[in-house]
Design a protein around this ligand. Structure first.
Ligand code: PMV
Length: 338
């Protein structure tokens, strides 16, 4: 019995200029470009095996079989790739995260980048990196960026084909440290898919959108020039702008916990004392503390001393999605109709 199988690995990413709000929720077409750094240690490895004898898709994450919304989301995602390949076989998907689930590192970005690359390879689809990025985006917007390594911009676009990420600088360009201060591992009340749909209900969303173009230009040039303070300033401001939108949405999304604020204030006080350190926060309570390698051990020790900080996970710029294995002999040729 033929089995079309492949395995891929992708890193999570941390956005310096955020994606928050869609032009089209179903296609995950964002309202603005966004810019991120792909992470080296927070990775997901996913194996996809399409088989003629499966009645339904099977999804196993970190050894636990999933059902409901998680399975449906993955099945829907595989459908896009199955349609492209002209294959109807169901798949068994095995996914393992290198980082604690719910640690506030965007696991969906790594997960959907790895899933897309593995499924496309298993199906024998010969997709360009740009096409891979558009498909990854359909699963989770930020996954479009995890297809590439280093510093990555996602171009908003107004159609499926035009909304993709591209690398602006490789991981070796600049060794930034992302020390994630984990203050809570509780499951979020509202995930980002639901959150994006609420962005337009905030009176602050137009204000953020009016500013984001300038913020992107500043962040892009700061990265290219390795100007830490210029990047830090625009990054921290954009995270606060996005959270202002979240907090003022209806219903209101308040992701911060007391530990979140403790870390934010600590970062500000260290900066006032001359340490190059800034923060950014995604759709959750944990704080990504960005610093330079020579200050890493000091910053990590200080973070660990904050009572609400449970652990600190350090990441550097990492590579894009990688194909680890593929069963060449049994894979269909591109565009085979079965
Ligand atoms: O890709 P999603 O739908 O999980 O959205 C990501 C949203 C943020 O992490 C808050 C911002 C971003 O650009 O990564």
């Amino acid at each position: 019995m033929p089995v079309y199988r492949a395995k891929a690995q992708a890193g999570a990413n941390i956005a310096f200029i955020k994606y928050w709000g869609n032009l089209d929720d179903a296609l995950r077409l964002p309202l603005t470009n966004s810019l991120s750094m792909t992470l080296d240690r927070a990775t997901t490895v996913t194996e996809v095996a399409f088989r003629p004898d499966l009645a339904a898709d099977v999804l196993i994450i970190n050894g636990v079989q999933q059902g409901g919304a998680a399975l449906e989301r993955v099945s829907r995602h595989l459908d896009h790739l199955r349609a492209r390949a002209g294959l109807t076989w169901r798949a068994r998907v095995l996914s393992e995260n290198s980082f604690p689930t719910g640690a506030g590192i965007a696991s969906s970005a790594a997960a959907f980048a790895a899933l897309t690359a593995a499924a496309a390879a298993a199906l024998g689809l010969d997709l360009s990196p740009r096409e891979l990025s558009t498909y990854a985006r359909l699963g989770s917007g930020s996954a479009a960026r995890s297809v590439f390594g280093g510093f990555v911009e996602w171009v908003a676009g107004a159609r499926h084909e035009d909304s993709y990420a591209y690398p602006i600088a490789p991981p070796s360009h600049w060794t930034l440290v992302d020390a994630v201060a984990v203050v809570s591992t509780a499951h979020k009340a509202m995930g980002s898919t639901g959150g994006h749909a609420l962005a337009s209900t905030s009176p602050f969303q137009p204000a953020r959108l009016a500013h984001v173009h300038t913020a992107l230009a500043k962040a892009r040039s700061a990265i290219l020039a390795r100007d830490f303070h210029a990047l830090g300033e625009v990054m921290e401001l954009d995270a606060l702008a996005m959270h202002a939108v979240m907090m003022t949405s209806r219903p209101s999304l308040l992701y911060w916990q007391p530990g979140t604020l403790a870390v934010m204030h600590a970062v500000r006080s260290w900066r006032e004392a001359g340490i190059p350190v800034y923060f950014t926060i995604d759709a959750g309570p944990n704080v990504h503390v960005i610093t330079l390698p020579e200050h890493e051990s000091w910053v990590v020790a200080q973070l660990q001393a904050i009572p609400d900080v449970r652990e600190v996970l350090v990441n550097y710029p990492g590579p894009g999605v990688r194909l680890l294995e593929r069963e060449e002999e049994s894979s269909p040729s591109p565009n085979t109709t079965l």
